[in-house]
Design a protein around this ligand. Structure first.
Ligand SMILES: [Zn+2]
Length: 341
């Protein structure tokens, strides 16, 4: 089977603020993982995405990213919804739970397998380390190993007895027929080299094949990967604008590549500043982030707004949100204030 891999250049994100007219459709979302209650860091992303949607006269959804079920904490989803409501961040439609959307992810995986873009992988972490050592390097990226493509030639039709993951190809097929084909095709770049424009961070680029390698779509324990679930859900829900924490920016190239492989549109992306903990790392439950104090939601909102560069308000929650929405709209609809000189 001949596959065509192309250099993907996302053109959807070259949006000037004025290009977004009142008639344009805007659909944003906040997608927390219910592994605990919201804290000061996660409220920044929630407030930014809500303000961006309101300033664009758009709609805003909440999606519970509980696809990684072993890490999900019972009751955290309801607590998050209560916290959002207390802060006046109300969604325009009932929330959805990824754990109830498995059929959508399976359909997408089947489509990728049928097109020869996904393959089964039985490698353990040790197998991957050995394969990389045999190639003379230990390319490590964060704590993740760059997958060397060991199982890329496994025929998906072949019955595999062992539990196995499914991975997405980020490189051209190495079969002789396909190589012959690519050798005669000039001009096509045969790998997942992704360029996009983040609305806050500016032009971004990542060669997914080099930086990550063929990445996991479904784990060996049958859990859908974060990447596949997010891409399928954003498209299924019609999300046009993703506003989320900067810690997730590194996933964007993989998600755009996956959108391309599935024939799905690419939303606009904006990654918000992070709140750092006392150790200088991103604020999380692990470094002492406290759950938001529901008795004083305005205080929590003021702290989140300060991270985004907006002034504190001393009125009601509703009035504070309306004031910030007007400010966001005034600066050309960015939920992050322009930097002061
Ligand atoms: Zn493998």
């Amino acid at each position: 089977m001949a596959l065509t891999f192309m250099k993907v250049r996302s053109t959807a994100n070259h949006e000037s603020p004025s290009a977004f007219t009142a008639g344009s459709r805007y659909l944003g979302r906040f997608a927390p993982s219910p592994t605990g209650p919201l804290h000061a860091g996660s409220l920044v992303a929630a407030l930014a995405s809500w303000l961006d949607a309101r300033a664009h006269c758009g709609q805003w959804l909440v999606r519970m990213e509980d696809v990684d079920t072993p890490r999900t904490v019972a009751g955290a989803d309801q607590l998050i919804l209560q916290q959002l409501a207390a802060c006046g961040l109300l969604a325009d439609a009932p929330p959805v739970w990824q754990s109830q959307r498995g059929a959508l992810y399976q359909a997408a995986l089947k489509q990728l397998i049928a097109r020869g873009l996904a393959y089964p992988c039985t490698c353990s972490r040790k197998d991957i380390e050995h394969a990389l050592a045999a190639q003379g390097h230990t390319r490590e990226r964060h704590a993740e190993l760059v997958y060397p493509g060991t199982c890329r030639h496994t025929d998906p039709a072949h019955q595999i007895k062992k539990p196995h993951a499914w991975r997405l190809r980020t490189d051209p097929p190495q079969t002789p027929g396909a190589l012959a084909q690519s050798a005669t095709t000039t001009g096509a770049v045969q790998e997942a080299s992704i360029a996009w424009v983040d609305r806050r961070l500016g032009p971004q680029h990542q060669n997914v094949a080099h930086a990550v390698g063929d990445f996991v779509l479904q784990r060996a324990d049958a859990c859908t990967s974060y990447q596949l679930a997010v891409v399928v859900d954003d498209a299924a829900q019609g999300v046009t604008h993703v506003v989320r924490g900067q810690d997730l920016a590194d996933n964007t190239a993989r998600q755009i590549w996956l959108q391309h492989c599935l024939g799905l549109p690419t939303p606009h992306y904006l990654h918000t500043p992070l709140v750092l903990g006392p150790d200088g790392a991103k604020l999380s439950k692990q470094n002492g982030a406290q759950a938001l104090d529901l008795t004083d939601p305005l205080r929590a909102l003021n702290a989140a707004a300060a991270v985004l560069g907006w002034p504190a308000q001393s009125t009601t929650v509703a009035e504070a949100l309306a004031t910030w929405t007007a400010m966001v709209a005034e600066v050309g609809a960015s939920p992050v204030a322009p930097r002061l000189p």
